[in-house]
Design a protein around this ligand. Sequence first.
Ligand code: SF4
Length: 330
Amino acid sequence: MLNVVVDMYGCPNRCLHCWLGHMPNKKMPEDSDKYIMEYFSPYFNEIAYYSWLREPDFCDNYKERWERDIEISKNTVPNRFELASFFRIVRDDKYIPFLKSVGVKKVQLTLFGLQSTQDRYIGRKGAFKEVMTATEKIIENGIIPRWQCFINEENIEEILELYEMAKEIKNTKCPSLEFFVHEGSCDGENKKLYPIRIRKQNIPESLIPVYMDYNEILTERECIEILKNDSNAPHFPIGDDITLNISNEFDVYYNFTNISKPWKIGNLKTSDQDTLINNILTGNTPALNTLKQCKYGELAETYGEKLSEKAFSLEDYKMYIVNCYLEQLK
Ligand code: SF4
């Protein structure tokens, strides 16, 4: 089974936490879908085609586009997920009826803080007001909002305020509203926020019940302690279900980390087709081959801050030190 996730239209936002990494918006030719499906079709029996890698429904003809994604997929259909474009919710009256028509029951909305913080983190003036308006509009239309909040050292008080706002909305307008907080991965753009990453002891007690997988959160110091004698090489098994991210330049990446030069597998226009497919299936890529020479213990020793109390899940921390290593090879 293959998922191909293609950046056909780009994204209106430039979120400071974007794990994919920032890329210029560039509209791909409309027939790119056909080209990509024909490229992979001889090798895979099931292919789900997604025309959006970043913002869902960013193109004006989102309804036809969704129908086309379904039509062009092979022996399966793409998933809708609990995602939508808040950019479009506040600009297009036909959009919420469309979401309802395709069975969307919940929509996740991302928050970093109050007005100026949210606008700065999303990279657009007005983003906070848009998320608030989008929340109201979807509630009015029977869709449940799920507020996802990213916490770090600079926005703790604002996340606490958002929690109070969420409780108020739950009490007055939408008892089903969902709210959760997390630190996010330390990947892509979010890796640049390492200096202000939340320290575990600074996570407010009142947020622990709504903190995602709080029991699995470690400090960086604890991650290093666990990894210091780990002689295993970083290993990213390529299973039977593969998801590929395709950039607007037809560059191909696995979806387990950011889109950056070290992780590029090849290009759909310029690489030899059989070689590229074989490399995708076997994990024969520059990054994965380089990582075979590494040991987690050595990466933690080299790139870890041994006294750091910054909060990480162990898996996010492993990816963080792997990317520290790959970036310095550039
Ligand atoms: S996180 Fe999502 S919405 Fe934000 S810049 Fe990245 S792709 Fe766009």
